[in-house]
Design a protein around this ligand. Structure first.
Ligand code: ZN
Length: 284
């Protein structure tokens, strides 16, 4: 073989490397990344994202952003960051989870995956149609407190049905939940035909696991109320042969008032819990 000087080999290798890099830069992936980097730079320069960039985010991320505006700082296609720069990855990349895995090992995307039917039309419910029962617990421990004591520090008193019952309830002030439940209470206060369903409320704050599971109940976070147990149905308490045969006595007029203020209703779950309302504005 003809002798080639080492510096010439090096030159050839360098030229090949440059040509290869140029070719790769022309592939779609590199171009997209380049565009993204430019977009981010523009975002930083302007100090805010443009409307088009917001619209390009997955709809679940957009809903989380607008439901909890004081909690988040920003988001991109894959994650959301809280005000203190804690990163929440949206999608864990695990597809086709079983129903049990959705409940026990969800990500934020799973939490947003089942649409909640706002308003009066929601029946019949399909098996395991439980919009809101899939909860990514780290989001709620971060927002409302990770221990009983931490949650308790955020609780304030509201007056339930002030002109009649005037009962004191403890609710989290985080995300303005206490103010919203007070507004619900004031609205319901003026509707006496509904009062029998609202007396003797079953409870608000209670640091505990959901019955029969290892997951924290939303009652642990002080953003939930159970109304009068006497007129309520809970699938675990059902004495009928088929406990999942739907039952409800709670008027939808009550449900609509709660939904207006960002609370979802457990009566719209296949695993029904008709006394239960919880603050989940990302689903409304
Ligand atoms: Zn409840």
């Amino acid at each position: 073989m003809k002798y080639i000087p080492t510096n010439r080999i090096m030159r050839l290798l360098t030229i090949s490397y440059i040509l290869l890099s140029l070719l790769m830069a022309c592939s779609d992936g590199e171009l997209e990344q380049g565009e993204e980097a430019m977009t981010e730079e523009r975002g930083v320069e302007n100090g805010e994202r443009t409307e088009n960039e917001e619209a390009a985010l997955p709809s679940g991320i957009q809903k989380l952003l607008s439901a909890y505006p004081d909690f988040w700082d920003r988001a991109d296609q894959e994650a959301l960051w809280t005000q203190d720069q804690t990163k929440f990855v949206y999608d864990d990349g695990i597809p086709h989870k079983s129903y049990d895995s959705l409940l026990n090992y969800p990500d934020l995307e799973d939490q947003m995956s089942m649409p909640y039917p706002k308003g009066r039309t929601y029946l019949p419910l399909e098996p395991n149609e439980d919009p809101g029962r899939v909860r990514y617990e780290p989001l709620f421990t971060k927002m409302y407190g990770a221990t009983k004591e931490a949650v308790r520090k955020n609780l304030v008193e509201i007056r339930w049905l002030p002109s009649t019952l005037n009962q004191s309830l403890l609710i989290s002030k985080v995300n303005g939940v206490a103010e919203k439940l007070q507004a619900i209470s004031d609205t319901l206060d003026k509707l006496p035909h509904l009062h029998k369903y609202l007396q003797k409320p079953g409870g608000t704050f209670n640091w505990r696991k959901i019955a029969g599971t290892d997951r924290l109940s939303m009652h642990s976070f002080g953003v939930t109320i159970d109304i009068n147990v006497k007129y309520s149905h809970y699938w675990r308490w059902a004495t009928q042969k088929n406990p999942l045969l739907y039952q409800n006595e709670i008027p939808l007029e009550i449900v609509e008032i709660f939904e207006h203020y960002g609370f979802i209703w457990g009566g719209k779950w296949y695993h029904y819990d008709t006394m239960h309302f919880e603050y989940r504005p990302e689903l409304l």
